[in-house]
Design a protein around this ligand. Structure first.
Ligand code: PRX
Length: 653
């Protein structure tokens, strides 16, 4: 077991519980007997959940696990994912229901009904087909939170093309490596994006990324900020020229349940991001089931808002696929939470009467910093369910959320899951579970998770270890794009004897057997709920000509969960390591990976602590970064190194 930070240890002394109100329970979608029902016959339980969708051809077998770890769910079934998220709601008479209340950062807005969404997606699908795209091809999307991003994703799904959304904050280098890895034929972007009240360029970064990219035939550009952008003749097309004139009729074809739906890249423990592959029937089943039950969503009544960006898995599953499959009316907001003022989210909640709100702990802690008086200025009485995702939520933030946003009554669901799991895995069920601040509590009905020791043996109540998923689930990843061996090595080799999926998280059971997540046990950092690997940042640093060696750690940070702290050794004759040099290195990392990976702090040192086999001891560097007494140094090749680092830092060298 890796060491835990003191902040995480505090989680485990929390003992308050909040049982659901009778009124909430009486109307809840989920009931306590779901657990027993799923335990009695897991596959029958999932088959029942899959009935929530429209299948063109019904499956003949729920699960085929004979080729583990490659699962097949709803074998032989055929469906069209976009039809399920759009057309069928129009066909059932709900075409006039608003699907998306889109709110632009500068104050513009658009309400899009399901009937309009169907037209937009159909036009885009026709446009994509007119470019020769066919099922199985890949399209990369780097866009801000504009409606066309969602139209594009659904249009890809409609024609069986895999989309791969790349977060808008990723650098040209990061975009390029993802485009090359999947050999994307088309890239979709915008001219620019609004960020904190200003228009920032987007297309020029994409141009830089795609210089000489062999697979890319066309770049489709959505006009958003209106700024002039260079157009490459023969390659670039404006979305409005290409899409607007297309027919709004498009017949959706049914695809196999295991037809690939999308690739989404996420950080692993090496420098190269992993292209996580998800498929259709099982993924959509889990997305719809979890969205319905974990958020207690009622179609046609609730107004739902998930604040994630579509560049992350939360945006895929809980903005696009789950909510739209469940005929949700939702808010999609383009901008930052403090533009033009710190009450922006609450203003939107008040205006649209948002009833379900799903966000990340890092933002909750930011709201806390901004002050209680800000949410108090708004009418938040419409809110009835609150969600949290992306990192462990500390009890203090949980209680603040409950008191200041949830009027001391809205249940809070702390949802644990990953890009790889496709949908929520561990979470309370509102109306069923007595919630505990800081604990994600129980695997959902149909899901099985365990906390095990080094040997893969389940620990008892009060015990800690590694989180594993011991049974296949419908939304599970079907592999890493183009790298079967890495898929097996990363997730399935640690507990190969037992056949468990290793999640990479530490966890503990409390005395009631509830699960508490304790953060990553590998070299992956979690900064504001974003996964960034230490190796990725280290390779960005050593790619700078002044850097000889670098070691990166995630240090506990009161707002962002973890902050990136880098230790660098500069080359012999390089600059002195003063403020300017450090600033330059921070900017270099932002340029190489993206601003989210910019180290909070860079410390210039003479030596790095290494074991005799040459492995950097990040544990000791974390002690320094968190201002703790440096731990056991006996395995260091040279135990005086830590003194050198500490004294160098004190003297400011
Ligand atoms: O460490 C866990 C943390 O986020 C990781 C997954 O990151 P990503 O694939 O980017 O997906 C984030 C959104 C689903 C996990 O391995 N994590 C996510 N949710 C929680 C969490 N840690 C504690 N509590 C959570 N609720």
């Amino acid at each position: 077991m890796t060491e835990q930070s003191p902040a995480l240890d505090n989680l485990l002394t929390e003992s308050r519980t909040f049982p659901p109100s009778e009124a909430f329970s009486a109307q809840a979608n989920a009931t306590a007997d779901f657990y027993a029902e799923a335990d009695a016959d897991r596959e029958a339980f999932w088959a029942k959940q899959a009935e929530r969708l429209h299948w063109e051809t019904k499956w003949s077998q729920v699960l085929d696990w004979t080729n583990a770890p490659f699962a097949k769910w709803f074998v032989g079934g055929k469906l069209n994912v976009a039809y399920n998220c759009v057309d069928r709601h129009v066909d059932s008479g709900h075409g006039d229901q608003v699907a998306i209340h889109w709110v632009g950062e500068p104050g513009d807005s658009r309400d899009i009904t399901y009937a309009q969404l169907k037209d937009e997606v159909s036009r885009a699908a026709n446009a994509f087909e007119s470019l020769g795209l066919k099922a199985g091809d890949r399209v990369a999307i780097q866009m801000p939170m504009v409606p066309e991003a969602i139209f594009a994703m659904l249009a890809c799904a409609r024609i069986g093309v895999l989309h791969s959304v790349v977060f808008g904050g990723f650098s040209p280098t990061a975009l390029r490596s993802r485009v090359d890895d999947q050999a994307a034929r088309i890239v979709i972007t915008t001219d620019g994006q609004y960020r904190r009240g200003k228009a920032a360029p987007m297309k020029v970064n994409v141009d830089e990324a795609l210089e000489g990219a062999e697979s890319v035939e066309k770049v489709i550009v959505v006009r958003r900020t209106g700024e002039e952008v260079p157009i490459t003749e023969g390659r670039d097309l404006w979305w409005h020229d290409l899409v607007d004139g297309q027919s709004a009729e498009h017949a959706p074809q049914a695809f196999d349940s295991e037809h690939p739906l999308f690739i989404l890249y996420t950080s692993g423990t090496t420098g190269k991001p992993k292209g996580i592959l998800h498929t259709s029937g099982g993924y959509l089943t889990q997305a719809a089931y979890t969205h319905h039950n974990v958020f207690d969503h009622k179609a046609g009544e609730d107004v739902y808002w998930c604040t994630a960006d579509i560049g992350w898995i939360t945006g895929h599953t809980y903005i696009v696929y789950g909510p739209l499959a469940n005929r949700t009316t939702q808010v999609v907001y383009e901008g930052t939470p403090n533009t033009p003022h710190e009450g922006r989210h609450w203003e939107i909640v008040q205006q649209h009467k948002v009833s379900i709100y799903y966000t990340a702990p890092t933002l909750i802690r930011t709201f806390m910093k901004w002050g209680n008086e800000i949410p108090q200025k708004y009418d938040l009485s419409s809110l009835r369910v609150l969600g949290s995702v992306g990192e462990p939520i500390n009890p203090e933030a949980w209680i603040w959320y409950r008191e200041n946003v949830g009027a001391n009554s809205a249940p809070i669901v702390d949802t644990w899951w990953q890009t790889e799991t496709g949908g929520i895995m561990i979470s309370p069920l509102p109306g069923v579970t007595a919630t505990k601040p800081g604990s994600a509590q129980k695997a959902l009905p149909g899901i099985s998770a365990k906390v095990v020791d080094d040997q893969g043996v389940e620990v008892g109540k009060g015990g800690g270890g590694y989180l594993v998923l011991d049974k296949p689930w419908p939304g599970m990843l079907r592999g890493i794009w183009g790298d079967e061996q890495r898929f097996r090595d990363t997730y399935w080799s640690r507990f190969a004897d037992q056949g468990y999926y290793f999640a990479g998280d530490g966890a503990k059971y409390d005395a009631d057997g509830d699960v508490w997540l304790l953060g990553r046990v590998d070299d992956v950092m979690n900064v504001s709920g974003h996964r960034i690997s230490t190796t990725e940042v280290e390779s960005a640093l050593v790619s700078h000509p002044t850097v000889a060696e670098a070691a990166v750690v995630g240090a506990t940070d009161a707002t962002t969960g973890q902050g990136i702290v880098a230790f660098v050794i500069l080359r012999g004759n390089a600059v002195d390591g003063g403020d300017e040099a450090v600033q330059e290195l921070r900017n270099h990392v932002a340029k190489e990976i993206g601003p989210i990976a910019k180290p909070r702090q860079i410390l210039v040192v003479q030596e790095l602590p290494k074991t005799r086999s040459g492995k950097i001891m990040r544990r000791l560097l974390r002690d320094v970064a968190e201002n703790r007494q440096v731990g056991d140094v006996t395995t260091l090749a040279d135990s005086s190194v830590m003194d050198l680092i500490s004294s160098g830092l004190k003297s400011g060298k």
